[in-house]
Design a protein around this ligand. Structure first.
Ligand code: RB5
Length: 146
C-alpha cells in the first residue's frame, strides 16, 4: 500500500519508528510530517495528508501528534476522511472492521512505541466487514452532503 504519514513536533520519534515498521512490511511511505525539532502546527500536516487519502493518491494515513486528537479533528474536516485516535489494539482492529477508518491517529505523549506499533499492525491487518457496518458508514459519509 501507499501510506501517508505525518507528525508535528511531538511525534518525530514515533513517526520514525512507525515509518520503519511500514517499510519493513513492504509499504511505500509518503512523509507529510516534520523530521527536525521546532514548532509544527498539526493542521498544517493533517490537511495535505488527509487530502492525499481523499484523492486516492495514498491508500490511508497515519498521523501522530501529542495526543492524536488534534490530528483526528483536522483530518476529519476533509471530505471522505474517517479519522480517529486509537490507544488500544482492540479498538484498532474494530475501527477497521466496523468503521473502515482510513486515517489512524496516534498520541505520542499518551502511548508508548510498542503499543503504537501493535495498533498500526492490528489496523493494517484487519478488513472492513461491510454489510450493516457499510450502511452505517454510508450514513456518516452522507452527513458530509447535508
Ligand atoms: C503540541 O504541543 C500538541 O498540542 C499537539 O501535538 C497535539 O497534542 C494536539 O492535539
Amino acid at each position: 500500500m501507499r501510506i501517508a504519514i505525518g507528525n508535528d513536533h511531538a511525534g518525530i520519534e514515533m513517526k520514525a519508528e512507525i515509518t520503519k515498521l511500514l517499510q519493513d512490511r513492504g509499504h511505500e511511505v509518503v512523509n507529510f510530517g516534520v523530521d527536525v525539532p521546532g514548532r509544527m502546527d498539526y493542521p498544517t500536516v493533517a490537511k495535505p495528508a488527509a487530502l492525499a487519502v481523499a484523492s486516492g493518491e495514498c491508500d490511508c494515513a497515519i498521523l501522530i501528534c501529542g495526543t492524536g486528537i488534534g490530528m483526528s479533528l483536522a483530518a476529519n474536516k476533509v471530505k471522505g476522511i474517517r479519522a480517529a485516535v486509537v490507544s488500544d489494539a482492540c479498538s484498532a482492529r474494530l475501527t477497521k472492521q466496523h468503521n473502515n477508518l482510513n486515517v489512524l491517529t496516534l498520541g505520542a505523549r499518551i502511548i508508548g512505541i510498542e503499543l503504537a506499533k501493535m495498533i498500526v499492525e492490528e489496523w493494517l491487518d484487519a478488513e472492513f466487514m461491510g454489510g450493516r457496518h457499510a450502511e452505517r458508514v454510508q450514513m456518516v459519509m452522507d452527513m458530509e452532503n447535508e
